[in-house]
Design a protein around this ligand. Structure first.
Ligand SMILES: O=C(COP(=O)(O)O)[C@H](O)[C@H](O)COP(=O)(O)O
Ligand SMILES: [Mg+2]
Length: 415
């Protein structure tokens, strides 16, 4: 018999092997626990241990994680590669962000960052297109691609939704995007919306001479999602949109596989991410959610507005850099800035995050005093002015739609 206690999971002199996944946690131990005990409980419960001293008969594969660093509230844990089923994101998360999130040994615990080893990282397919969508699908050159989401987010009939799309496309935007809670409800059916939007998209392309596309929300149970992906491909669209957090990573992986068969890109909306990442001491950081998204293979991901918009954002700049960064040759991800954007915020946004992004506005387009078409023009004008280095004020002198938007919203951050 061999006894395994949770103390066996702590070795502060341990130097992780290159093949190990190293996770960084912020840990607040329970009041009756010191940090070393809490850190070893984290390593234990997230790999192969439990609360009791185990009596093991015979030899077992050693899959123990090692708490290998403590620095203030920060704990580093190294996980052996063999603990994981390669290419299975739910299984990986059931280890590193599973039971430990509710363990009474810690008052609070947050998974902050992961250093992905090559073997595990490359067992995931990653994105097909990533930021290359800007010029593979569109002909955007150096500018950010632009998108709008019809508002109100639900309640528009199919005809109204399509009309909004047509006005936005012909006003100069690249993408129409469904909102996160629009899928296939009675007031606006998925199939009709798909067919009619793409017909309007074709008209807008003919009229403008620019490539246009549509981010249609396929989010549903996994089987239905796959059927919707097939229909989107048959209808001749370039993208599907998925609410990646609410539908779950298993479904995202299945959609990614199906999208490869069709050559479809994936736009990832992150609705519900804040349930995991908004509280700074508990949950899973947006940085890690972004890492998971890239590994699972989305091409575009909402990462916020570097705090210029209406929603709380965690480190948009740092997360975007990670999404562009080298990951064993894996394709990058195009960050989408969204949530309370309007034309007046575009220059500062680009200053903070650069031009290798998508910019998206709902209210900031459809709230334009002269309506969606003018709002789309103003938003595109703001992007064009910013990329050519002209101030919005100067550009607005001969672009009246932009002037109206500036007069209405200035550079305010909405709430
Ligand atoms: O509908 C919108 C934005 O609408 P509006 O432009 O009217 O605010 C998106 O759902 C948010 O961007 C999500 O937030 P995030 O991008 O931070 O995930
Ligand atoms: Mg939305």
């Amino acid at each position: 018999m061999t006894g395994i206690t949770y103390e066996d999971f702590l070795d502060l002199d341990y130097d992780p092997a290159e093949s190990e996944l190293v996770c960084t946690f912020t840990v607040h131990p329970a009041s009756d626990m010191d940090m070393e005990a809490a850190a070893s409980r984290v390593a234990s419960e997230s790999s192969n241990g439990t609360w009791a001293e185990l009596q093991v008969d015979g030899t077992i594969t050693d899959l123990s994680a090692t708490a290998c660093g403590i620095d203030g509230d920060t704990v580093r844990v190294a996980y052996p590669e063999e603990l994981f089923e390669l290419g299975n994101m739910p299984q990986v998360l059931s280890c590193i962000a599973g039971n430990i999130m509710g363990m009474k040994a810690v008052d609070r615990i947050r998974l902050e960052d992961c250093e992905w080893p090559e073997g595990l990282a490359t067992s995931f397919v990653g994105p097909q297109f990533g930021s290359a969508v800007r010029n593979d699908i569109f002909d955007a050159g150096e500018r950010p691609i632009t998108a709008t989401v019809p508002k109100p987010k639900v309640g528009l009939s199919t005809d109204q939704h399509v009309q909004v799309g047509y006005e936005a496309w012909t006003g100069g935007l690249d993408l129409l995007k469904d909102d996160e809670n629009l899928t296939d409800q009675g007031f606006n059916r998925f199939d009709e919306r798909l067919t009619e939007s793409l017909a309007a998209r074709d008209d807008a392309q003919d009229e403008t001479g620019e490539k246009k596309s549509y981010l249609i929300n396929v989010t549903a149970d996994a089987n239905t999602m796959l059927e919707r992906v097939d229909r989107v491909a048959e209808a001749g669209c370039e993208y599907v949109m998925v609410d990646v957090v609410t539908c779950g990573w298993a479904a995202v992986q299945a959609v990614r596989e199906r999208c490869e068969e069709h050559g479809l890109a994936i736009h990832a909306h992150r609705a519900m991410h804040a349930a995991f990442d908004r509280v700074e001491t508990q949950g899973v950081s947006m940085r890690v959610i972004a890492q998971i998204s890239r590994l699972c293979g989305v091409d575009q991901l909402h990462t916020g507005t570097a705090d210029l918009g209406k929603l709380a954002n965690e480190d948009t700049v740092g997360i975007n850099e990670w999404l562009y960064g080298d990951l064993y040759g894996m394709t990058d991800v195009l960050p989408m800035a969204s949530g309370g954007l309007h034309p007046g915020l575009v220059p500062e946004l680009v200053k903070r995050v650069g031009t290798n992004i998508g910019v998206q506005a709902g209210g900031g387009v459809h709230g334009h005093p002269d309506g969606t078409h003018a709002g789309a023009k103003a938003f595109r004008q703001a992007v064009d002015a910013t990329v050519e280095g002209t101030s919005l004020e100067e550009y607005a002198a001969d672009h009246p739609e932009l002037q109206v938007a500036i007069d209405k919203w200035g550079t305010e951050t909405p709430r």
